[in-house]
Design a protein around this ligand. Sequence first.
Ligand SMILES: [Zn+2]
Length: 360
Amino acid sequence: MSVDAQTREIVAIDRYEQQQLDSMAGVEFYAGILTAGFINAHCHTELAALHGAIPAGCGFAAFGGAVGRLRAALSEQERVRAIREADKTMYDEGVDAVGDIVNDDSSFAVKRESPIRYRSFAEVFGLRTDNEEQCRALLAHPETSLTPHSTYSVQDALFGRVCAELCTAPLSIHFMESEGEGQLFRGEGAMHKWYEEVGFSCDFLHYGSPARRIVASVPSERSVMLVHNCHITQQVIDTILGHFTAPVYWVLCPRSNRYISGIAPQSVELLRRNGCNICIGTDSPASNYSLSMLEELKCFQGVPLEELLRWATCNGADALGYGDTLGEIAVGRKCGLVVISGVDIDSMSLTDRATARRIL
Ligand SMILES: [Zn+2]
């Protein structure tokens, strides 16, 4: 393979015999398999300073409360330092691009200098908010667009306005991460009870379900990334796919789900059966043991490695709109190169010892 040193573009991919390689100077050999750089389709780098601060298994509602309390206690300096470390760790392990949720501007200084490409989603959040003005200020930063946080945390008019805004960027919506999200629309479950206790009222429950709210609010030609999908059913997939003409990307963050709620990625076979575009995200450093894409992939025992790598590379690149440059080792692309060692070559599966390292 030849790569233009300045632009990082792959200009040729060649095949060599062993004898030719032996006579060439400066050839490096690696044990393992080669892949294009990873695409972390869902992260919250701005929560990097909270890594390890919230205990695993605390549950969905407790986690949300803890994030709000803890992030307010951190200095700007602490936060930026942690974001810089998270960015470097992801790059070294082979991440080329990140779909990153932002609630403030603390991550942008690091992103500006980073070799990683970031698409930032300025997240509209809060049942007591009726406007997106604070988020709109973040749109001055590169490759940043508005998105609603979820179907349960934004009132109707604001949700509809953000979803329908003319914009070529996809939406990135937290979707059916907890069982309570669907139950809320039926007036039952943990989230409904919590909202009653704190006095939140919702003006969107008439849609009947998170999926129906999405199809009623997002134009069919706007691409959408649905993040988590822990509690989806065939009916949910049918409702979503029956509406959208633009691609829908189903982002799975299995280790975050395990960290927060102790649940396994149970929807993956359903998504595969339906031919859905699956992507992989690490979610926030506060809700994961690390930001390792490879560790996320190890959660999907039984899925062929080739398919897993598509989820972690080209599907994510397509979702973020970077499919023409990243996500695949091919002439004309500018992807990084990553060696995965610790692969069982006979079964083409990741062993527990598998590690990923960027070589370009
Ligand atoms: Zn998230």
